[in-house]
Design a protein around this ligand. Structure first.
Ligand code: B3K
Ligand code: ZN
Length: 847
């Protein structure tokens, strides 16, 4: 199919004053009647979107039925030819089959619960409609069903057995429509907003899951309070409902007043969820709640503007987590994820701008670039205009655009108007793909005490974009004297030329430069440092990100040198010794310092440096370095293992979670040399899932996990989310030569319900995360993935397309692997009836 293009945007010819939906639920034949009050705004036909599986039973204008000659249905569009008055009511009646719908899009069933997913273009599978975000309307919804709980957007109007009425007064785009019906139980609370309105809060789950919903509720209340305090944003309905379902294509969805969640991001208890799960629940609950203003009250004009709501809402949820937990640790975590996913995307065949200008299937553009780089771009804006400028711009954004379907131009304009700053050059961050490479050189003039920092920037070509003019790059630097004191606190340098220098004078001795503090821009920074320089920064930098980065850089340099046959140098091992002996720093920070760079990060670094990465060699050096660390620091590691048991009952807070993270990081290292004895002991004595899953992962990686794997399944076979974990932990941590054979065995396990997105992601995503396992030289990982993508594509194209991203880096590897990967991709592309989703992904990746 032909791509959609940003430049082709045209406003819809009609406005909708009100939508009335009447839905009679039935698993195989649900009936939907829609009445749309339309008014003509511009010339043009009345064209509606309609899903292929929707049976159209009736169409009428102002109550009089249309006959077959009055409309044409072709592909996914329905065009009405009849002459139409200026204002009229269009009525439609359709039948749909939720039980046959396996796509988790539109109206479908999850474990007997009717639920919906309409973003991006799912509403058309429910009723014929202009399924585009710039058509906003208030909705009134009536649901008929015998199921006990019947929910839709907005406020409840009337509830009677078998029937419920909802009214959403806030005009919304169709992608925010939602409906839920099922046998559900709520845990409930109330929230009094800053202007004193009382809001009923409910988290709806399946009967029996109530005792695992408390943390979600607690997170919601904290998020509501935070958005009032930090952004002045108040909730705007009488009720806020969250529903957890087991079959969901992503994490969650911000439907107006009725958020629908993957149960993985709602349900948690100490025995079944890890600290990481708790943290994700907190941040995703907050993220979806924050969308109420950034996404719902102000939405996107078209899907090219997706980052307008997603980049901003990610930025806001990152700020929230920083406030709830440790800002330093959160920043480092976010950078690790950004580099692993977004830098990888920017450097490969899927690179695209934060605001793409064309797409075939919009669901393929819910990417790390749109979300995470979109958030980084906002972080840079905030750095450039300052905290006050940012606050003024956001106030203006909410005031000026409330109720609008807005664009990135609108967004930048509020910053220009609020701060007086010209953002024409800054806009390139939205329109140009690729990660800039910034090279920094130092020139020290000892005689005059002047340090000159010279920067050059260059962005490699990306698909369809070769011209990359210089961007505005906020570069935070500080200067440290040889005794470790900070001689110049953080300065924000603004780089906006291809080459540019900055002078620092009046310096008594040559300082050490701490650069890209707090990761002030999403760039690759290149500079020449010795291991001793890195160790110095790792010991003395005041900026926690830059300090961690120096340690990371030291670890990366050590591993890269080992790939060339070197041995781990003394600086790195000594630095790790200081980390282990540090009793003052935040344990969560120390845990991050102990973690070795991932295999994927090393493969990226290798190919950036012009080498062909060898997955087996990368695996071997990581193993080797871990054992060297464990042998060198055995006593300290043992002390860490005993000193990091939190006192008191389990709590998912950052303090306890940090201790457990440090303990598990130490365990990962010692397991390399003790055959798994300590991991087995921690597994056996575990009182919470964080320790149990962490110990299990370590045992599997050591090839010593058989008993624990069996025990884990026995204990948790009835807890779906933990069974997912069981699949994932095995596939992700298996030794490379065992990974694909094991994945095949697991795919034949009776619990491998591959039509459930979480279960599929657990196994297939687990294997893709096993770097050397997935990239097996015989191509078995690629074949396994291709087989499963094809199988799942026939039932759930979004999941197939998403998981195909594992092929993204295929062109980095050696000829043998490349030939296998290419054959697997060609086999996918040659398959008849491929979904548009998977066809686009496989085509772009194959190149
Ligand atoms: N807006 C949804 C994502 C929708 C994905 C559609 N394929 C969740 C979120 O980002 O908050
Ligand atoms: Zn979002």
């Amino acid at each position: 199919p032909a791509p959609q293009r940003l430049e082709d945007y045209r406003p819809y010819p009609f406005a909708i004053k009100e939508v009335r939906l009447d839905v009679t639920l039935d698993p195989q034949a649900s009936r939907v009647r829609a009445d749309l009050d339309l008014t003509r705004q511009h010339d043009g036909d009345l064209v509606l979107d309609i899903g292929k599986a929707v049976t159209l039973d009736r169409l009428a204008v102002d109550g009089s039925d249309l006959d077959a000659a009055d409309w044409t249905r072709k592909g996914e569009t329905l065009t009405i030819h009849r002459a139409l008055p200026q204002s009229f009511t269009l009525s439609s009646e359709v039948t749909i089959d939720p039980a046959a719908n396996t796509t988790c899009e539109g109206l479908y069933l999850s474990g007997g619960i009717f639920c919906t997913q309409c973003e991006a273009e799912g509403f058309r599978h429910i009723t014929p409609y202009p399924d585009r975000p710039d058509v906003m309307a208030p909705f009134k919804v009536t649901i008929h069903s015998d199921l006990p709980v019947l929910l839709s957007n907005g406020n409840p109007v009337a509830q009677a057995p078998g029937r419920a009425e909802w009214s959403d007064p806030w005009p919304k785009p169709p992608y925010l429509f939602a409906l839920v019906a099922g046998d559900l139980r709520a845990i409930s609370d109330t929230f009094t907003t800053m202007s004193g309105r009382e809001v009923d809060l409910n988290v709806w789950v399946r009967p029996g899951d109530e005792d695992r919903a408390g943390y979600a509720m607690d997170s919601l209340i904290r998020a509501m309070r935070w958005d009032e305090r930090v952004y002045g944003r108040e909730y705007d309905l009488d009720v806020f409902n969250i529903v957890a379902v087991d079959d969901f294509n992503m994490g969650a969805m911000e439907n107006k007043g009725l958020n629908i969640f993957n149960s993985k991001l709602v349900l948690a208890s100490p025995e079944t969820a890890t600290d990481g799960d708790y943290e994700r629940i907190e941040s995703v609950i907050a993220h979806e709640y924050f969308h109420n203003w950034t996404g719902n009250r102000i939405t996107c004009r078209d899907w090219f503007q997706l980052c307008l709501k997603e980049g901003l809402t990610v930025f806001r949820d990152q700020q929230f987590t920083s406030d709830m937990r440790s800002a330093a640790v959160k920043r480092i975590d976010d950078v690790v994820t950004l580099r692993a996913r977004q830098f990888r995307e920017d450097q490969g065949p899927l690179a695209h701008p934060v605001r793409p200008d064309s797409y075939v299937e919009i669901n393929n553009f819910y990417t790390a670039t749109v979300y995470e780089k979109g958030a980084e771009v906002i972080g840079m804006l905030k750095r450039l205009v300052g905290d006050e400028g940012y606050a003024k711009a956001l106030d203006l954004y909410f005031e000026r655009h409330d109720g609008d379907a807005a664009t990135i131009e609108d967004w930048l304009k509020v910053f220009e108007d609020a701060t007086g700053r010209d953002l024409a050059q800054f806009k390139r961050w939205y329109t140009d793909a690729g990660t800039p490479i910034v090279t920094m050189k130092e020139d020290w003039d000892a005689e005059h005490g002047v340090l000159t920092l010279s920067f050059s920037q260059q962005t490699p070509s990306t698909p369809g974009q070769t011209d990359k003019p210089p961007r505005v790059i906020p570069m935070a630097v500080g200067l440290i004297s040889p005794n470790g004191d900070e001689v110049l606190p953080t300065q924000m340098l603004e780089i906006d030329q291809a080459e540019q220098s900055f002078r620092f004078d009046g310096l008594a001795t040559r300082p050490m430069v701490s650069a890209l503090r707090d990761f002030s821009a999403p760039v690759v920074l290149r500079r020449e440092l010795t291991d001793a320089d890195r160790a110095f920064l790792f010991a003395h930098d005041r900026d926690p990100f830059a300090r961690w980065e120096a340690g990371r850089d030291l670890a990366r340099a050590t591993l890269l040198a080992m790939l060339d046959g070197g041995a781990p140098g003394p600086e790195y091992l000594a630095a790790i010794g200081r980390v282990l002996a540090d009793r003052d720093a935040d344990p969560a920070f120390l845990a991050l310092c102990l973690r070795l760079p991932s295999a994927e990060e090393l493969a990226q670094a290798r190919s950036e440096a012009g080498h062909t990465p060898d997955p087996d060699a990368i695996h071997a050096v990581r193993e080797e370095l871990a054992s060297v660390i464990a042998r060198t620091h055995q006593a300290e590691l043992d002390r860490v293992l005993t000193d990091t048991v939190p006192a008191g009952d389990y709590s998912p807070d950052a303090g306890q979670a940090g201790l457990r993270a440090l303990r598990l990081a130490a365990l990962g290292l010692v397991t390399r040399i003790d055959g798994g004895a300590r991991a087995q002991a921690i597994y056996d004595g575990a009182t919470n899932m964080t320790e149990r899953a962490g110990a299990l992962a370590a045992l599997i990686a050591a090839g010593a996990g058989q008993d624990a794997v069996a025990d884990f399944h026995d204990r948790f076979k009835d807890v779906r989310l933990v069974v997912d974990m069981w699949f994932m932990l095995q596939a992700a941590n298996a030794r490379p030569d065992r990974a694909v054979p094991l994945a095949r065995e697991l795919a034949a396990h009776p619990d491998f319900d591959w039509k459930n997105p979480n279960r599929f992601r657990a196994l297939i995503g687990g294997l893709s995360a096993n770097h050397a396992g997935f990239h097996a030289a015989d191509g078995s990982g690629y074949d396994f993935l291709a087989d499963w993508l094809l199988r799942v594509d026939a039932v759930n194209p979004q999941i197939a397309a998403r998981m195909s991203g594992a092929f993204e880096t295929w062109a980095r590897y050696d000829e043998t692997r490349k030939a296998h990967a290419k054959a697997a991709l060609d086999r996918i592309l040659a398959t008849p009836d491929l979904s548009r989703n998977l066809a686009e992904m496989a085509g772009r990746i194959r190149g």
